[in-house]
Design a protein around this ligand. Structure first.
Ligand code: FKS
Ligand code: ZN
Length: 684
């Protein structure tokens, strides 16, 4: 079943602008929308999307979030004189009105709701709405921060009302706090609102106390508001990813939304004059990808901010291209998160540990520690504090963020074959897969090698052919002729050895080997760092020799969904991202006990690595899994796991311990600031 990506855009929304001088508002220009759309057209992305017309929102839709008085007031703005508009504007913060903005604001809501309708009815899988004015700052009875109506908040209410959506996740990756969204859902447990934002200890707009990590929601909604304050500028890709791995994703998977709305602001990208952050546009490909397996893939991205036109256009393209299913680029520049980011992560996890089972064993913040609360003089993030990578230290002079240079994101070419499979006779090739039949000529050299290495004694023709196919498949993946593949084998252990050995002798210099389930894994191959082996099983490891061998032990093995998911999100993914493999080998051991939907989640998530080059190995008798696995490899979102229960306490604890132990070697596993630095409590 082919399902598309919606793109909703209308030039009409470029037809309003600031009519007077206001330094606070001058960055919010019509060109933002024009360049974003032009870039999508230029890169051939707009054409690949399902284009859906906008419409005006009805009064009833506006009233889902806003007051009647406010709506009536905004309704009068098209008839106001310039002087009246200026005066009307004055009662709100950092916003401007224009005779045409009311019309555009209704279109912005309408565009968002069109997107929600098309996603909820299954006409498309996901999509993006390019809108102006943005929405996340506007409140019940107030415009604010370039926003007139709260597009995303209205969309969440609309989805609940019209489609009976039980749980909506709102991910606000704009660099500003969407306080309007927070106020709207503060006491509502059916909407999980996540926002990261430049905060600088309350020195950054909108300078609210309630933007800090300890605003967790109220009453029944306690725990359903997650704020990650950035207390320094210059945050990078690893800071963003660390927050996803250790805060957002665990909570999001536990929550189990049936719709994901993204307040997609790109002022959090490098070069933005407002955000002053350093994350590159390709990071949005990863953020998008990491959310695409939630809610059965139902994801609606709605534009918010973004003021560096180059960075904005590139970031929009990265997001849409990911929604379309193109291979995700290799993550760039992943050191560890910086001290300030770690401090924020530590605070958020600690503030939320009482609400989320996945955070139950998060490290506490000493209650007496007020250091993150101090209203400090804004400081620049200096290279020295960054983990891992050496940076040139900037002097105290103001950094000219708009002069920032970064390489244009790479092209993201999709290989001609998406998914190939090598299956034993009698197993039908799943729809959309290219079958690698045994009739294809085996490379005589490879054949010789295989005979030499694996079949010294016995001569099993079928097994040999399978291994030949496997080698051929790997070669084609290396040449980027095939994106990913699935092989059913007689003996996964032998096939795994064969694949690893093949990879080691070829150009592939880093293989992430993920073994799911009990069974012997080739631990000896991890010595040279060319393979990172992560095995998730129920067997107690015999002591860890190398940083490249990570045995993850869960008491009930892979059969506990919550524990397994936690291991994947908080351990496997950060390890994988930091390792940055050029091939992922995913091996399912016989009788792993893993349920199909969790397996599909894993398969889907791992495709954010190695540009989607994943080779899956399964045992011959797991025929029933061929269809679902192939479907995930083909980019179909995994089915939602629904809300997850609590993982076994002993598993959570042992995962935390393992993460703690590995932190010295793998910076992306860190979740706490180093004691004694970055303002943590000295008395502790
Ligand atoms: C001048 C201060 C500007 C207003 C910032 C508003 C940000 C709006 C936004 C939205 F997504 F809504 F567009 N203060 N240097 O980016 O969050
Ligand atoms: Zn913003």
């Amino acid at each position: 079943m082919m399902m598309g990506t919606a793109l909703i855009y209308d030039e009409q929304m470029t037809k309003y602008k600031l009519l007077w001088v206001d330094p606070a508002c001058k960055v919010e220009v019509p060109e933002r929308l024009i360049v974003s759309h032009e870039a999508l057209v230029r890169n051939g992305l707009a054409d690949r999307c399902v284009s859906i017309p906008v419409r005006e929102a009805t009064d009833a839709e506006v009233l889902l979030v806003h007051s009647e008085e406010y709506l009536e007031a905004v309704k009068r703005t098209p008839y106001m004189s310039l002087g009246d508009l200026m005066e009307f504007t004055l009662q709100y913060g950092d916003v401007y009105f224009h005779p045409n903005i009311y019309h555009c604001a209704k279109l912005a809501i309408g565009a968002t709701l069109q997107l929600v309708d098309n996603v909820m009815t299954g006409r498309v899988r996901n999509g993006m709405a390019l809108v102006r004015p943005p929405g996340h700052h506007s409140q019940h009875s107030a415009a604010n921060g370039f926003c007139v109506f709260n597009n995303v908040a209205i969309a969440a209410q609309y989805a609940k009302q019209k489609y009976g959506t039980k749980r909506v996740l709102i991910v606000d990756w704009d660099v500003h706090h969407g306080q309007g969204v927070q106020y709207c859902f503060e006491d509502d447990p059916s909407v999980l609102y996540f926002s990261w934002h430049r905060y600088e200890h309350q020195n950054f707009w909108p300078m609210l106390k309630e933007s800090d990590y300890d605003s967790v929601g109220k009453d029944k909604g306690a725990g359903f508001n997650i704020n990650v304050p950035w207390n320094k500028v210059g945050m990078e890709n690893s800071d963003y990813l660390a927050v996803f791995f250790h805060v957002l994703l665990p909570a999001a998977y536990e929550f189990g939304p049936d719709l994901v709305l993204v307040s997609a602001g790109f002022d959090s990208a490098i070069g933005d004059p407002e955000g002053k952050m350093c994350a590159t546009p390709d990071v949005f490909a990863h953020l998008t990808h990491l959310l695409m397996n939630l809610a059965g893939g139902k994801l609606c991205a709605v534009l918010e901010g973004g003021y560096n036109l180059t960075s904005l256009a590139q970031s929009v393209c990265q997001t849409v291209q990911t929604l379309l299913g193109d291979p995700v680029p290799r993550p760039t520049e992943l050191g560890g998160p910086c001290e300030s980011a770690l401090e924020s992560i530590h605070c958020v996890r600690s503030a939320h540990k009482q609400y989320w089972s996945c955070l139950k064993h998060a490290a506490d913040r000493p209650t007496s520690d007020l250091s993150t609360k101090l209203f400090k003089v804004a400081e620049q993030k200096s290279g020295e504090e960054r983990n891992g990578v050496e940076h040139k230290e900037k002097e105290n002079e103001e950094m000219n963020t708009e002069a920032a240079v970064w390489p244009e994101p790479p092209k993201r070419l999709a290989p001609p074959v998406h998914t190939a499979s090598a299956l034993p006779g009698g197993v039908a090739c799943p729809d959309g897969c290219k079958c690698f039949s045994s009739s294809e000529d085996p490379n005589p050299f490879v054949l010789g090698e295989l005979r030499e290495n694996f079949f010294k004694e016995s001569e099993d023709k079928d097994a040999l052919t399978t291994l030949c196919n496997l080698s051929a498949l790997l070669e084609r993946m290396e040449k980027n002729e095939i994106r990913n593949g699935l092989v059913l084998v007689r003996d996964v252990s032998m096939a795994m050895m064969c694949a690893v050995q093949h990879a080691a002798t070829s150009l592939t210099n880093r293989v992430l080997l993920v073994c799911v389930g009990d069974g012997a894994a080739p631990t000896h191959i991890t010595e040279d760092g060319k393979t990172l082996l992560v095995q998730i099983s129920s067997k107690e490891p015999e002591g860890q020799k190398s940083k490249y061998y990570v045995p993850v032990c869960l008491r009930k093995g892979c059969s506990d969904m919550a524990g397994f998911t936690q291991a994947v999100l908080g351990l496997l993914l950060p390890l994988g991202y930091e390792y940055d493999p050029n091939l992922v080998l995913l091996v399912r051991m016989p009788d792993s006990g893993l349920c199909e939907s969790v397996w599909q989640q894993l398969t889907g998530l791992l495709q954010g690595l190695a540009q989607g080059h994943t080779l899956v190995l399964m045992q011959e008798d797991e025929k029933a899994s061929v269809g679902p696995t192939a479907s995930s490899l083909l980019g179909t979102p995994a089915p939602s796991l629904g809300p997850l229960g609590a993982p076994l306490p002993e598993d959570v604890e042992s995962l935390e311990r393992l993460r703690h132990r590995l932190q010295a070697d793998w910076k992306l596993l860190q979740t706490t600031a180093a004691p004694g630095s970055g303002g943590s409590d000295q008395r502790d």
